[in-house]
Unconditional design. Structure first.
Length: 765
């Protein structure tokens, strides 16, 4: 009885294990062969359950059911394991799979027909050890057919497994060899049961164990031999050095890199722990946490090598020390590249001198270290671009390199020097340096163009005296460059000191920049108007000009702040503000039924880059309900000739909306007939300065007369500005001028004064 109960317990345990494995496979996603293994586990469960019924029960019907479940389940178990191995090794054709399935179905159908025909088997009660009844199988003819088919299915599956194992790489064979051994033992076990009439069949224990092994080896187990081989190959091919030690600090493995780096071999590997510790001057004994350090060594050839060493203890899950390994990396090449990058980040690649950023950094360090008087000196080669154009860039680079070498090896030793870029060099100089170099202004530099020693090379120096060390070095360099601009065309003077007036200009520029936002907000920026008069003496328009009513200084003229804002790009802010003020004025005049005149506003070149001119003017026209024809847009010829196609498209769009385009200052610059031919203009403004800038008034008058006549022929009205005398006015009327503007009529005045003086008078002359 104990034997039977033991078998039953084993069957139950195995059934639970098979079911657990099947559930694991089902819940695990993206498992290769998961579907096939799940089927095999489920079908392996059937004959096991059948055997459990046969063994555990003494009821005839239950035992009979157990035999059916056992035999049919065995068929499907062999089929599922055959399909699994065929899938793994890709050895069965679709026809072969269908043939095996047909055999399984036919044999199972034969078994299911046994209750009717009794052709396969029957069962009879027998007594085990005189104690317990057990229903034993009695074979009929077709039972032997069933056995033959079962053996054929087993043999087919077994041969697929053997052939696949032979073709599989050796490192993967261990899993299949174990399964082959287990199946072989089980087959022998099953055969012994059949031919020796052993009363209780326990061979299903073997098949169940095989099923569990297949589950484990295919989905869980990773071949140790494979892992060991891969690890060894990875370590051997690694450029890093690895040496492994056991818990007694005895070395047992070193890869090729380690053997070369630490001069290890089979004889000295075991004792290498102390040798390596001594080599890197660090004792790792007793260390239970990783340690990393760097060092350098000089080899036999005198070259320095840089190494990074890392010590790693190996601990188990309970933090018990198992051993350790040392990893070493030779990062000499990386260090050399790093040093090269550091050098390039600090030095100019052509000359080897400090670059601008590092010169500034070193200069800050020197200035912070003492209170001596220093100067920033900038060297500029006169007409260097001409040298490049004449002799080529190679000659220009050779000249720059020659200048750098003479600076480096010169008799004057500057505390710090470098190259700003191009043909500009920079020095931090002491009083003594300045006296040695510039005391008598008779020490021209002996720089020459390679292979052209007679070509004159002139170097100019700008000098900035450092008085306020809180000022940025960049600012000092810019001021030194500004000093050079004063002597740029002077062949006799080679140096120039930065003057306070230039500094004051810079301070004013910063002040203007800082105050602009608040000035617009508080309406310190004020529109002034200058009238435009026709030949009948009638006011027909006004040009809006800008003034800055600064509380601390009064009304500022445009020359005081407009150039500053033009340079730094802030002119756009004022233009946007003045444009809107012009529309407000026109809106006010329309509502008050004032005289029907137009207003002209100026557009700066930078407005085309930083604002949406078209969108702004059309938007203001709609916002203030002002017809576009009442707004004249004054531009200079230079505005259009820069980015010609883009700017012309904007002007055409504005003109199509009804705005009138005026070309300002025609005749005062480099005007060309292309201006009249290509630009969409409605009004031509002529500057009377055209007459003032020449001693030959007769020629100037002829040209002026021709311009006015040409404008008439093109059906373009003219506005002549800069009228200061009655004689000029009479002459221009005689020439056919249309509209006039200038101090003869009025200087630019505020809105209230303009309205009082000009909008209430019908004629001025």
């Amino acid at each position: 009885m104990v034997y039977i109960y033991s078998i039953v317990v084993i069957f139950i345990v195995l059934a639970i294990m098979l079911l657990a494995c099947a559930i694991w496979v089902k819940r695990a996603k993206n498992q290769k062969y998961g579907k096939e293994i799940f089927s095999f586990l489920i079908f392996s469960l059937l004959p096991l359950l059948g055997n459990l019924l046969i063994t555990a029960s003494t009821n005839y019907k239950i035992c009979l059911l157990g035999y059916y479940v056992y035999m049919i389940g065995t068929n499907f178990m062999f089929y599922s394991i055959t399909i699994f191995f065929a899938t793994v090794f890709s050895t069965m054709t679709p026809f072969s799979k269908r043939l095996v399935m047909a055999i399984v179905i036919l044999d199972s159908a034969s078994l299911l027909a046994n209750p009717i025909f009794g052709h396969v088997f029957s069962i009879i009660p027998v007594t085990l050890n005189g104690i317990r009844i057990y229903y034993a199988l009695v074979s009929h003819t077709w039972h032997y057919v069933h056995l033959v088919l079962s053996y054929l299915l087993f043999f087919n599956m077994f041969m697929i497994l053997v052939r696949g194992t032979i073709k599989t790489p050796r490192i993967y064979c261990e899993r299949y060899i174990i399964i082959i051994v287990c199946l072989t033992i089980t087959a022998i076990w099953e055969t012994t049961y059949i031919f020796q009439n052993i009363p209780v069949d326990i061979a299903m224990i073997g098949y169940s164990i095989c099923a569990i092994l297949i589950f484990y080896f295919i989905l869980i187990y990773k071949p140790l031999f494979f892992i060991g081989l891969i690890n060894r190959k990875v370590l051997e091919s690694s450029p890093s050095a690895y040496v492994f030690f056991d818990k007694e600090e005895i070395g047992f493995f070193a890869n090729e890199s380690a053997r070369k780096m630490f001069n290890l071999n089979n004889q000295n590997l075991a004792g290498s722990f102390k040798a390596i510790s001594s080599m890197i001057n660090t004792d790792f004994t007793g260390k239970t946490s990783p340690v990393t350090l760097k060092s350098s060594r000089i080899d036999k050839q005198g070259e320095t090598h840089y190494y990074k060493y890392s010590f790693f203890p190996l601990l188990d899950e309970k933090k018990r020390f198992l051993g350790s390994y040392i990893k070493a990396i030779d990062y000499t090449n990386e260090e050399a590249e790093n040093q090269k990058q550091i050098y390039l980040s600090h030095h100019d690649p052509l000359t080897g001198l400090y670059n601008r950023n590092y010169f500034i950094e070193k200069t800050k360090q020197i200035l912070a270290g003492n209170d001596k008087l220093y100067y920033i000196v900038v060297l500029d080669v006169k007409d260097f671009k001409l040298i490049n154009d004449t002799f080529g860039y190679d000659a220009g680079n050779a000249l720059i390199a020659d200048i750098a070498e003479k600076i480096r090896a010169g008799k004057i030793q500057y505390p710090c020097y470098g190259r700003l870029g191009g043909d500009n060099f920079v020095f931090l100089a002491t009083d003594k340096n300045i006296m040695e170099k510039f005391a008598d202004n008779k020490d021209p530099d002996n720089f020459t163009v390679k292979n052209n020693p007679t070509y004159p090379i002139i170097a100019h120096y700008g000098i900035f005296k450092i008085e306020d060390r809180n000022v940025s070095i960049d600012f000092m360099i810019d001021r030194a460059l500004m000093a050079i601009s004063k002597i740029k065309n002077n062949y006799n003077q080679i140096f120039s000191f930065y003057e306070d007036t230039l500094r004051e200009d810079k301070i004013w520029e910063q002040k203007v920049t800082g105050m602009l936002g608040n000035a617009i907000k508080e309406k310190q920026i004020v529109p002034y108007l200058q009238p435009q008069i026709n030949s009948k003496g009638e006011v027909v328009g006004a040009e809006v000009l800008v003034r800055w009513n600064l509380p601390s200084e009064g009304i500022l003229p445009p020359a005081k702040f407009i150039p500053v804002l033009e340079r730094n790009g802030l002119i756009t802010k004022i233009d946007l503000y003045i444009w809107e003020e012009a529309f407000k004025i026109m809106h006010k005049w329309q509502n008050e039924n004032k005289k029907d005149i137009s207003i002209s506003v100026n557009i700066s070149p930078k407005d085309f880059y930083f604002t949406d001119i078209y969108g702004t003017f059309t938007g203001l026209s709609q916002k203030y309900d002002v017809p576009p024809s009442k707004i004249h847009l004054e531009i200079t010829e230079t505005v259009v000739m820069t980015n010609l196609e883009y700017n012309l498209n904007i002007l055409h769009s504005l003109q199509n909306e009804g705005f009138l385009i005026e070309i300002d200052d025609f005749g005062s610059g480099y005007s060309s007939l292309n201006t009249l031919k290509d630009i969409p203009l409605n009004v031509l403004k002529i500057d009377m300065l055209f007459l003032c800038k020449t001693a030959n008034l007769e020629k100037a008058n002829i040209i002026l007369n021709t311009i006015i006549d040409l404008a008439h022929r093109l059906n373009i009205p003219t506005v002549t500005e800069g009228i200061e005398t009655k004689e000029q006015l009479d002459m221009l009327i005689k020439m056919g001028g249309n509209i006039f503007q200038g101090y003869y009529f009025s200087k630019p005045i505020c809105l209230e004064e303009f309205e009082q003086k000009f909008l209430n008078n019908n004629r001025l002359f």
